[in-house]
Each structure stands twice: as C-alpha cells, then as structure tokens.
Design a protein around this ligand. Sequence first.
Ligand code: CTP
Length: 220
Amino acid sequence: MRMLVSAGPTREFIDPVRFLSNRSTGRMGYAIASAAIAAGHETALVSGPVSLDAPPGLAALDRVVSAREMLAALESRIDWCDALVMSAAVADFRPERAAQAKIRKSEMPDSLRLVRNPDILLALLPRKGNRVFAGFAAETGDPDPGAADKLARKGLDLIVANDVTRPGAGFEVDTNIVTLIAPGAAPEHLPLMSKAEVAARIVEKIEALAAAVASEPGRR
Ligand code: CTP
C-alpha cells in the first residue's frame, strides 16, 4: 500500500519571531511512518516542525510549517496514496495578519485577531474515493464521544482517540493510551503501550480496512 502520513504541529506566525502552535512533538506520527515502512508500505511523510530524525526508508518527506502549507503538501500527494493517516496536530486558528517585522512590545495590541485555518481532513474528503482515511482525536476527558462525532463529521474509516490528560498518553511522552474506533464496530480500547506498538496496531488496522474496501463488490 501507499501510505501518506502527517505528523507534528503546525506553526502560525504572528511576526518573524512569534507563533501560535501546540504541544505536539510528532512522535506518534513518526512512529506510524516507521511502522508503515516496517510493514513494507511505500510511505510519504508530511511533517510540521519537529526535532525528530526522518524515519529511514521514506518514499518522500515534505517539511511544512503552517496549516495551509500542510494542506497544500497533502493535496499534492493525495492522489498517490491508498491510505491517509492524519496524525498532525493542526493549529485550528492563525493570526489574521502576520507582521513582516518584529512587533515591538510597545506596539503589541492587547488582543490578536484570529481566523480559522482550513480543516485539512474535510478539505481532502471530496478526493477520498476508495482511500482509507484515518484521523486522531485529541480530547481532554473521556475521548470516545468526541471521537465518534469526529469520525462521522470528517467521513473517516478510523479514528484514534486519546485523552491527552492521562499520564502516559498524548503529548511529549513515548507511550500512549488509545481507543481505535471504526464505523459500525465496537471501540477497541488498547492498554498503555509504547507509541511504536500503538503505531503497529494502527497500521494493521488500516491494512484490514483497506482489504475490506478492496473486497467490496463493485469497488476497485
Ligand atoms: N485536523 C485537520 N485539520 C484541522 C484540525 C484537525 O485535518 N484544521 C485533523 C487532525 O489531524 C485529526 C482530526 O482532524 O486527525 C481531529 O483533530 P482534533 O484537533 O482532535 O479536532 P478538531 O477537528 O480540531 O476539533 P475540536 O477542536 O473541536 O476538538
């Protein structure tokens, strides 16, 4: 299979020295790319700014900074892939204007005007075709209801839900506690595992979903 993986945060610049972003380190997404390569899949990675080495054996690596750059990179690769794993933590908002020069403290306004970034999964949905689309749901508290809603709203085949407030889960750790939710199936609650192990389970699940799509009569 050809797997397209997004990883890491995006940065939305206020001026050349300041940005809005989030706590994502890219570890989960890089682990998924590594697991996909290890399983023999051609794998392309679109990465926000992270301090991780590229997994050896990638078919392509696009380094991007903002949500709009990430969307453009994924749009240019979407037709190539059989499965998209959207593990990036995309910044939902950006400053309305990015200043070209550093804003002096004395000139900094009291409030920043923000505008919404595109929802990348929703933007790619019209080009899904028979591709398997997987997303993540970063939630605080029981992740299942919010994740089930995102699964439906974003037209996904799989959502990986995690409560980022649980010790050993979410950002800046090498482990995760996730639930895999696919339409019409019981949620699979996985125990605390290394991100490498979680990644291998996600890749296996995507392989099974792709095989199910391929065997549907009248498709492929
Ligand atoms: N995502 C996306 N484009 C965005 C924001 C998120 O494609 N602008 C993707 C993420 O990569 C993830 C999924 O959508 O796979 C869910 O992301 P999450 O941040 O949990 O949810 P949001 O859509 O941002 O919704 P909310 O802020 O209401 O939780």
